[in-house]
Design a binder for this molecule. Sequence first.
Ligand SMILES: CCCCCCCCCCCCC[C@@H](O)CC(=O)SCCNC(=O)CCNC(=O)[C@H](O)C(C)(C)COP(=O)(O)OP(=O)(O)OC[C@H]1O[C@@H](n2cnc3c(N)ncnc32)[C@H](O)[C@@H]1OP(=O)(O)O
Length: 242
Amino acid sequence: MASGEEDGTVDDKENNNKKKTKSALATAWLTFYNIAMTAGWLVLAIAMARFYIQKGSTKGLYRSIARTLKFFQTFALVEVGHCAIGIVRTSVIVTGVQVCSRIFMVWFITNSIRQIQNEESVILFLVVWTLTEITRYSYYTFKLLHHLPYFIKWARYNLFIILYPLGVIGELLTIYAALPVVRRTGMYSMRLPNKYNVSFDYYYCLIIAMLSYIPLFPQLYFHMLRQRRRVLHGEVIVEKDD
Ligand SMILES: CCCCCCCCCCCCC[C@@H](O)CC(=O)SCCNC(=O)CCNC(=O)[C@H](O)C(C)(C)COP(=O)(O)OP(=O)(O)OC[C@H]1O[C@@H](n2cnc3c(N)ncnc32)[C@H](O)[C@@H]1OP(=O)(O)O
């Protein structure tokens, strides 16, 4: 009996040590990840500002930052993994929708359709994303380092009120601008007859993507409003599970 209890204590200690090591590793990884992402989005902000100051126009701006943008926005897929393995307390679905819709905007719209890259709506969502991500990743970094300045916390949970709708407007106007090009060129589409006997029209896919903002965006927005009440006003929020 005594030895069983001792075993139990040893097991408990081992488990606790394993948990501590895991959580230290997770914290180290998240700190590195958030610093890298803050730096990445700062580089983008500086590159965009420099381009505009030098050229006095936004024509060609997207092309000049495309590689950096694609890298850092695609890398954000890691965040879905963070939620899935439980190292951050966030919903996989909420994060998945946010990250995948951004990746779709970058790779399958803006990057694929040269004709729309100089649209003002592209600049709008780029500026909005950049401001959001610098604030968001620096918030996570300072929080992990236990030195969170209040203005960053305030910015994280207030700026989105305006920036989120502005980003959505930029994204929707960009997809809208892409529609005629997609219809004319038939890109990413498969017409019948073909050897797979499958038909796919990217034009209608884009229309569905635009319509899907109607049910999905309010959910993301209300999620952030709930987070805001929890963090800034200390409200206890009971979230539904994934
Ligand atoms: C594939 C085809 C797609 C077709 C289209 C579909 C359309 C769908 C519509 C989608 C519309 C999206 C539009 C969007 O792209 C426009 C913009 O983004 S505009 C810019 C404004 N945007 C924002 O402000 C973004 C706000 N959203 C987010 O911040 C995140 O995406 C979200 C997942 C919503 C954040 O939610 P989360 O629950 O993570 O909030 P918190 O930041 O409060 O975090 C909760 C806790 O987790 C900890 N955490 C999270 N991440 C980290 C991390 N990287 N490192 C460390 N800790 C992390 C955080 O500290 C919190 O901890 P605690 O609970 O202790 O406070």
